[in-house]
Write a protein that binds this ligand. Structure first.
Ligand SMILES: NC(=O)c1ccc[n+]([C@@H]2O[C@H](COP(=O)([O-])OP(=O)(O)OC[C@H]3O[C@@H](n4cnc5c(N)ncnc54)[C@H](OP(=O)(O)O)[C@@H]3O)[C@@H](O)[C@H]2O)c1
Length: 219
């Protein structure tokens, strides 16, 4: 279960799917490499620019399930946990990447609100996949952060995407986490990916540079 609100409203199912199923799969894969994709949201976001040695402090049910699953996976020294941040790109259904969800909302004429004080390290999913593959190929087990090289606020991400989809007449406001009512959110879960970067044949991109170099239909 990848959507935090769904996990928050059904914690028992979230634990079953995210923790128990992962434990079962890790057990079935006990003698072979196994990669579990985790999230930057394992951190409480008070610090930012987190490395693999920083202490986790999950604020939501989703994040708690990911921390519990990580611990199960990392108990096997053959296995790997890759924490990533917001992933975007082109999905087969056209609605899975955060960029696609934003574009689709603008296409429907929705006005969106983006926090100016919530920070992530967004990345194109192709790079996450390539990094997973290279780490796997080099038999790199253990914990790695794999995310974009640039820390961006959600408002900055919104502005970058609006610039890309001017023809949709994108409407959005910028708000503050301080005015947000709901389950706690981590303000700055930007990730330091140096440990993984040292193993990779390519540079993890800054989202701004990547967008400048690639056509609108690719993100
Ligand atoms: N997207 C992000 O920005 C992001 C950021 C950080 C971490 N992550 C992590 O990355 C991983 C993938 O996320 P995503 O955004 O690609 O999620 P997603 O679009 O919701 O895809 C989830 C995948 O899990 C499968 N799945 C869900 N429930 C299942 C079940 N009960 N049995 C078997 N398969 C099931 C889905 O199958 P179907 O294709 O059949 O629906 C789908 O392939 C997750 O572990 C998530 O926590 C994602």
């Amino acid at each position: 279960m990848t959507k935090p609100p769904d996990c928050q409203s059904n914690p028992a199912l979230a634990r079953r799917v995210n923790v128990e199923t992962t434990a079962l799969l890790a057990e079935l894969a006990a003698n072979i490499p196994f990669i579990f994709i985790s999230t930057d949201l394992v951190f409480d976001g008070r610090q930012g620019n987190y490395t693999e040695t920083n202490t986790v402090n999950p604020l939501s049910v989703y994040a708690e399930t990911k921390v519990a699953a990580e611990q199960t996976v990392l108990a096997n020294p053959r296995h790997t946990v890759i924490r990533t941040s917001l992933n975007g790109g082109v999905s087969p259904t056209g609605d899975r990447g955060f960029n696609e969800q934003i574009r689709n909302a603008w296409q429907r004429g929705q006005n969106l609100s983006f926090f100016k004080d919530e920070f992530r390290s967004p990345i194109h999913a192709e790079y996450t996949s390539r990094a997973c593959w290279e780490l796997f190929s080099k038999r790199q087990a253990g914990l790695f952060h794999v995310a974009g090289r640039e820390k961006l606020s959600r408002a900055s991400v919104g502005e970058l995407l609006a610039h890309r989809h001017v023809h949709l007449n994108p409407q959005f406001d910028t708000g503050s986490l301080k005015d947000y009512v709901g389950a706690p959110r981590s303000p700055d879960t930007s990730l330091d990916s140096s440990k993984a970067q040292a193993q990779l044949s390519f540079q993890l991109p800054r989202l701004t540079d990547w967008l400048l170099e690639n056509p609108a239909e690719s993100f």
